[in-house]
Write a protein that binds this ligand. Sequence first.
Ligand SMILES: [Zn+2]
Ligand SMILES: [Zn+2]
Length: 241
Amino acid sequence: MPAVNLKAATKVYCSIFFDLNVRCLLCGQAPGGLLCHPCLSLLAPIEPPVCRCGLPHAAPLEDQDEAPLCGRCLRRPPAFSASQSPLQYRFPLDLLIRRYKHHGDLVAERAIEQLLARAPLPWPDTDALCPLPAHWRRRWRRGFDQSERLARRLASLWDRPLLSALQRQRFTPMQQGLSRRQRQRNLRQAFRPVKDVRGLRLVLVDDVMTTGSSARAAADCLLKQGAAEVRVWTLARTPAP
Ligand SMILES: [Zn+2]
Ligand SMILES: [Zn+2]
């Protein structure tokens, strides 16, 4: 049996438990944390007021509760009643999320958890959090479902139950690069309810909202099953084109 290098082993364990020698995941410099302060300051927030689709838009008028809808939402109002993302999906956050999602990098997950911990629950009347599920084939290929993991973490941070109420029932190919019509066709009946959601105010959770088509389809499914309200929370939102 080879002799254990005690000094090296201790160093490894210390670095795991005390984050010694940990370099910033984004720039590889500035030891002392998974995300350094200069990189954190590069993350672009999305400032309210936002439209129902989560993109910055006009504030509500004085005598109205809800903000006016943007042109896109006016043409096709989303089934969900609000959506919010604290950060824009752009450099350098896109690198971090891709590293997490496509490589299953659990160190990146810890960095993302730091960002989650800074985000308050925007809707205090929320009854439960529901992950926007990936199809089992994609989950199997990646080895995990990032929306489920994010929702689980948020459920503990926000002290709300996790309710995995939806399953994907059709395999929807990668939505990037498809026209809106093609996306809609793919997403029609993409979700299947697997839990009782009657009367519940739910928040759908995912990592990134791009066009919002999946969130629309999922919210539609939950509302048809009797959910009282569906809102959407994603860590990041693709800025308006
Ligand atoms: Zn950095
Ligand atoms: Zn809108």
